[in-house]
Design a protein around this ligand. Sequence first.
Ligand SMILES: N[C@@H](CCC(=O)N[C@@H](CS)C(=O)NCC(=O)O)C(=O)O
Length: 238
Amino acid sequence: MIDLYYWPTPNGWKISIMLEECALPYRVVPVNIGAGEQFKPEFLAISPNNRMPAIVDHAPTGGGAPVAVFESGAILQYLAEKTGQFLPNDLRGKYDALQWVNWQMGGLGPMAGQATHFNVYAPQFTPVERLTYGQDRYTNEVNRLFGVLDKRLADREFVAGTYSIADMAIWPWVVPYKNLKQDLETFPNVRRWFRDTMGQRPAVRKGKDVGAELRRPQTVHSEEERRILFGQTAATVR
Ligand SMILES: N[C@@H](CCC(=O)N[C@@H](CS)C(=O)NCC(=O)O)C(=O)O
């Protein structure tokens, strides 16, 4: 059994989608990040960066003590290696997929996170004239990254040729394209892959629905949530 420490956000969906694709039994342990549950000592022992998702595998390959993994890219790779699925074994195929997982982890994810912050959250509590540089910077960078993805998908069905953890890492970060101020009509290959190829997979739909009832309908944060989520410094984690 795998414990999935989870909240329904793009980074969380990556792992619920992978677990559904692999048909692995798992138990969701909600980590309410708006209520500060990511700072509980028992969670920090698993995920010292106070971010979800994280997993604990109670039946690791080869036996022995449970294995805990944080960082969604590492979790995807762990589950792929555990199940022998969605990560090719051959050298070229494997690194074709892993380089796109890392492209998402180091590029699309962080840039999209900042674009969401500047476009959706920050205007609720910061005068807009202080935000325009950040809004433009991150919206443009997401636009560039969508362009890279569109070009990559021009002549292939999936990001790394065959369906892999690269698709599962990237797809959840295209879901909020409206908040990211991107027009999918201008990225026809991304749109096809997002809606028709990935969006029709039952495990993708099921994975994205995991914990949907936990997510509030609106994106406005209370004073307390804002302090927890947007007021973190080193002092928060020492
Ligand atoms: N690079 C990390 C990012 C994870 C991440 O940013 N998770 C957010 C939710 S999407 C979180 O847990 N936030 C809690 C916080 O900001 O304290 C990963 O991919 O696992």
